[in-house]
Design a binder for this molecule. Structure first.
Ligand code: CUA
Length: 413
């Protein structure tokens, strides 16, 4: 095929001239057809400017965050630190390759751009054996060099120390459940099952944790017995560890620890349905004394409040007087007949460490530490109105019933 004629002949819509041929193409002359190319060129320039301005604005706005609690470049534990080291190590060769390739493209585009007084195509070079071999071998060498630290980091992070504390992470639509499966982390009542929490994973600072990640459907609203809510999630707390897929029927692992006591933010990083973007969680690392206190409290069964309104809420929760009883279909409350695991465990809903609920979409407490009653009321009034797609239905509760349930839930410390 005559490449040259294919390059030279091109369609210029809306600018047909006397040179137009029967097939709708024109012979390219070096004097541009008035109007057609010029207006297109200006439009492109304007669009490019807009895109560049938007990009710059985005970068600027991102930089505005003072706290940036999910900054990968600010690791707070050995796992995140190891991952950052690898990232930085690979970043330099990647930046060099970027500069060479993009610089070459820019240089050649400018040096050999079309000029008015030039009506011939420049010489076309292809099939140059030396060049072909060169740009095949060069990337292969770069990749081979990068592979060494990458593979050794993967092996290092995959190691599971025998003395690590075991926690199972369960992904649901759209919240996270945490099950403490070590023998000394069982509750003090019933069948001495594992301590279970939702939304906030509490850990002892400095201790190595081995997470076993899996995705569960809950099954509360599955149709025809098929667990239709089992989807793939991804567990990610940028300051402590990178992303790991959470797959139904599989168990993946993350081994990590937090250097210091503190609060670390995380979220789901794999599209898993309507509320994927708000499937958040927090990791609260405690010092040894606070950790022991937390464990001792979690081992206790749920409190039974003597407050009248809270007792009404409890009756409603369990359907004691023939009214209500929907809550225990899905939620568990330690030491009671409510044992379902389909929805977040509420045993210590109002413990100070349980600082957020419903996928950490809402704060359990106001900044001054008082119960965030309005948020919980709005949630009970119509979960879907405040969290679109939430699996908890609107039970048409009256305001009085909502007040009672709120009083009960905030008695669970
Ligand atoms: Cu779970 Cu996205």
């Amino acid at each position: 095929m005559d490449r040259r004629s294919a390059h030279v002949r091109e369609v210029i819509p809306g600018a047909r001239t006397a040179a137009e041929r029967a097939d709708g193409t024109v012979t390219r002359t070096c004097a541009p057809v008035a109007g057609a190319e010029l207006s297109g060129g200006r439009g492109t320039v304007r669009r490019t400017r807009w895109i560049l301005a938007l990009l710059a604005l985005t970068v600027l706005l991102v930089a505005c965050s003072k706290t940036a609690p999910q900054n990968t470049m600010n690791p707070q534990g050995p796992t995140a630190q190891t991952e950052k080291n690898l990232l930085v190590l690979v970043l330099w060769p990647a930046a060099a390759v970027f500069l060479v390739v993009e610089g070459g493209i820019l240089l050649i585009s400018i040096r050999y751009r079309h000029r008015k007084d030039r009506d011939r195509m420049p010489p076309q070079i292809h099939g140059n054996t030396r060049l072909e071999i060169g740009w095949t071998i060069a990337p292969a060498i770069v990749l081979a060099v990068i592979m060494v630290p990458t593979v050794s980091t993967i092996w290092e992070l995959a190691r599971q120390p025998a003395d690590a504390m075991q926690i199972t992470v369960e992904g649901y639509q759209w919240w996270w459940g945490f099950r403490y499966t070590d023998p000394d982390m069982t509750v003090s009542y019933g069948d001495h099952d594992a301590i279970v929490t939702a939304d906030v994973m509490v850990i002892p600072a400095g201790r190595t944790i081995n997470l076993s990640l899996t995705s569960l459907g809950g099954g509360a609203h599955s149709t025809s017995g098929v667990p239709d809510h089992e989807v793939i999630h991804s567990f990610w707390a940028p300051q402590l560890f990178g992303k790991q897929d959470v797959v139904p029927g599989e168990t993946n692992h993350i081994v990590f620890s937090a250097d210091h006591p503190g609060l670390y933010f995380g979220q789901c990083a794999e599209f898993c349905g309507l509320q994927h973007g708000k499937m958040k969680f927090r990791i609260r690392a405690l010092d040894e004394a606070d950790w022991q206190r937390w464990v001792a409290n979690e081992k206790q069964k749920a409190l039974t409040s003597t407050d009248g309104l809270a007792q009404q809420g409890m009756d409603l929760f369990f359907g004691t007087n023939g009214v209500g009883g929907q809550c225990i279909q899905c939620h568990g409350v330690g030491g009671t007949e409510a044992s379902s695991t389909a929805a977040p465990n509420l045993t210590h809903f109002a413990a100070t460490t349980h600082e957020c609920f419903a996928g950490c979409d809402f704060e359990t407490f106001n900044p001054d530490g008082t119960p965030n009653i309005e948020a919980l009321k709005a949630w009970l009034r119509d979960p879907n109105a405040v969290k679109l797609g939430a699996k908890m239905p609107d039970y048409g509760l009256t305001e009085q019933q909502i007040d009672a349930l709120v009083a009960y839930l905030y008695s669970l410390k």
